[in-house]
Design a protein around this ligand. Structure first.
Ligand code: PRP
Ligand code: ZN
Length: 196
């Protein structure tokens, strides 16, 4: 039988809890591992350590059978995958944040502003739902710096403790999505398993 291939975030907020959960399921990972693909100690599985943003695509394409990833990433990437289970850790929010001192009366006042984000798909969906238009500037990291360097009026990014916003003189204005870690599989995993 082929080994079960499990995709896990290489380094980031979900890595530690995902490996802990796997360990509780009897899928132990050798300590101090630095390899990007490893065979597990006492279970016929391989773990692939990937950039979280790539996990939905790997699972869709069957490169990995299952993946541990944030729901925010699943919704943003919009691949052919299924959420098998919500995992209860890695809780965070995707929020629009503004520079301290900017206090729009309501979300309608956001119409037409420039927003920097790594989540253009989710943000666009939210804007559309609220009949708003904004100039979305997509960047893949260090989004919180954007307003300070004149790149955007606001940002839309993940907030967990809020300390990144705080250090960058921003505040959480509006939450557009609540997220947590989820387990995903390909859409045809049950069909695939029937072949074994
Ligand atoms: C997120 C986000 C913020 C930070 C917020 O990045 O981009 O920078 O976490 O967390 P805080 O509110 O606790 O300060 P993440 O660690 O998920 O990395 P990634 O977006 O590069 O995958
Ligand atoms: Zn990421």
């Amino acid at each position: 039988m082929e080994k079960l291939r499990i995709a896990v975030q290489k380094s980031g907020r979900l890595s530690e809890d995902s490996l802990k959960l796997l360990k509780e399921c009897g899928i132990g990972v050798p300590a101090g591992n630095n390899q990007l693909k490893i065979s597990t100690e006492n279970f016929d599985a391989e773990i692939l350590f990937l950039r979280d943003d790539d996990i939905p695509e790997y699972v869709q394409d069957g490169v990995a059978d299952i993946g541990f990833v944030g729901e925010n990433v699943v919704l943003e990437k919009n691949k052919e995958t299924e959420i098998v289970e919500r995992l209860g850790y890695g809780k965070c929010r995707l929020s629009i944040a503004l520079p301290k001192g900017k206090k729009p009366k309501n979300i309608q006042a956001l119409d037409g502003i420039k927003i920097a984000t790594s989540y253009p798909v989710i943000l666009q969906g939210w804007l559309k739902k609220n009949k708003l238009k904004a100039d979305i500037h997509e960047i893949s990291g260090s989004v919180e710096i954007a307003p300070r360097i004149g790149l955007a009026d606001a940002i839309c990014d993940l907030v967990s403790s809020g300390s990144t916003l705080f250090s960058n003189e921003l505040y959480e204005y509006e939450t557009i999505l609540k997220s947590e870690a989820v387990l995903i599989s390909g859409k045809n995993i049950s069909k695939k398993e029937q072949h074994f």
